[in-house]
Ligand binder design. Structure first.
Ligand SMILES: Nc1ncnc2c1ncn2[C@@H]1O[C@H](COP(=O)(O)OP(=O)(O)OP(=O)(O)O)[C@@H](O)[C@H]1O
Ligand SMILES: [Mg+2]
Length: 337
């Protein structure tokens, strides 16, 4: 998208294109935006895109990771402080909101803001003015708020760990960014893009098996993980990248997606009965969860959202029966719960 644009967002996925066209429609307004998505999906790059395509593009975009700043320092970081406000405050200092005046501020990891800071943020969002720590004069600022969260804030509101009034102030225009595993058509495009980006002079080709493995992998770290993987692979490759050149977690991934894909192909190719496919999926999920939980049955049951006794019954059942379509993934795990 927009190769000549200020921020290069690579996508051919329909849902992402719709999202970007919706962003384009509100970019020039001053509306408060909330970006929600798993780690590495592109929240920060989209925040930059929003800022750069807005009328504020020549003004500053100030980014703050709210999880990276210790909670006791948050007020002085965001609002600044006056000389003498606390020991060591030898000079007055502007906070990030003041620095972002006439521009935008990107409040990353908004879900990590402690309750007392949530109150202060709410007050600021209501009046668009604040007092520096140790200050008495209200300082008005004109700033566009773009915030980002890895978790749906509604759920935090329900659990009472996020203020409802602050949620409504931030959630004016929400954008849910899909994880990479839900837009697999972007994987070949991004692979090519990162390969060219990191090694513009190398002519690399990915074998069909390597590309299939990249497409099938679940990418828990999303585009950031993909960027790092491609950067690593191409540094050691010349000519063709084969499946065995990929990191082991991609070659041997047996996530739910892979199991389902494998079962689907068994079902189509070997003409298995539905019961055989269900058997295959369930037994692989049981062993996969146990593997991910390091042998802890309670944890594995929790991952699959079934109770422990059901998990144990299924484990006992599948320990004696090999699925017809996939090789058994059984491993020995010590009982840990
Ligand atoms: N569509 C895209 N096209 C090109 N690069 C992208 C795209 N999406 C993300 N990236 C790149 O992937 C990396 C991760 O993206 P970004 O930092 O925006 O993710 P994030 O959602 O903010 O992650 P986190 O929640 O972990 O902070 C960055 O290097 C970014 O430039
Ligand atoms: Mg980020």
């Amino acid at each position: 998208m927009r190769p000549d644009g200020p921020v290069n967002i690579i996508t051919q996925n329909e849902a992402m294109r719709t999202l970007i066209s919706r962003i384009d429609r509100i970019a020039t307004t001053n509306s408060t935006v909330l970006l929600i998505g798993e780690t590495g999906v592109g929240k920060e790059i989209l925040a930059e895109y929003i800022h750069k395509t807005s009328d504020r593009s020549l003004r500053p975009l100030i980014k703050v990771s709210l999880s990276a700043v210790p909670s006791e320092l948050l007020p002085s970081e965001l609002f600044g402080y006056e000389k003498g406000a606390f020991t060591g405050a030898r000079e007055s200092r502007k906070g990030l909101f003041e620095m972002a005046h006439t521009g935008s501020i990107f409040l990353d990891d908004i879900d990590d803001v402690p309750m007392d800071m949530q109150v202060k943020l709410l007050r600021f969002l209501e009046n668009h003015e604040f007092r520096r720590v140790g200050g008495t004069v209200p300082i008005p600022v004109d700033v566009r708020i773009i915030s980002a969260s890895k978790v749906p804030l509604e759920e935090m509101v329900k659990r009472k760990s996020f203020r409802e009034d602050l949620f409504y102030r931030l959630n004016v225009i929400p954008f849910q960014i899909p994880p990479l595993r839900e837009r697999r058509d972007d994987i070949p495009l991004l692979t090519e893009y990162f390969a060219r980006h990191y090694q513009p002079d190398k002519k690399l080709h990915f074998s069909p098996e390597a590309m299939s493995a990249l497409i099938a992998y679940r990418w828990p770290g999303n585009i950031r993980e993909m960027r790092n993987v491609i950067q690593r692979i191409i540094a050691f490759s010349s000519g063709t990248v084969r499946k065995q050149d990929l990191p082991p977690e991609i070659v041997y991934d047996s996530s739910i997606d892979q199991i389902v894909i494998a079962c689907k192909s068994c079902f189509l190719n070997k003409n298995l009965k539905l019961a055989d496919v269900v058997h295959c999926v369930e037994s692989n999920l049981i062993f996969e969860a146990l593997k991910k939980a390091g042998g802890n049955q309670s944890e594995a049951a929790r991952m699959l959202q079934i109770n422990l006794s059901t998990f144990r019954d299924k484990l006992a059942k599948y320990s004696h029966e090999t699925p017809k379509c996939l090789p058994k993934q059984k491993e020995h795990f010590p009982e840990k719960n």
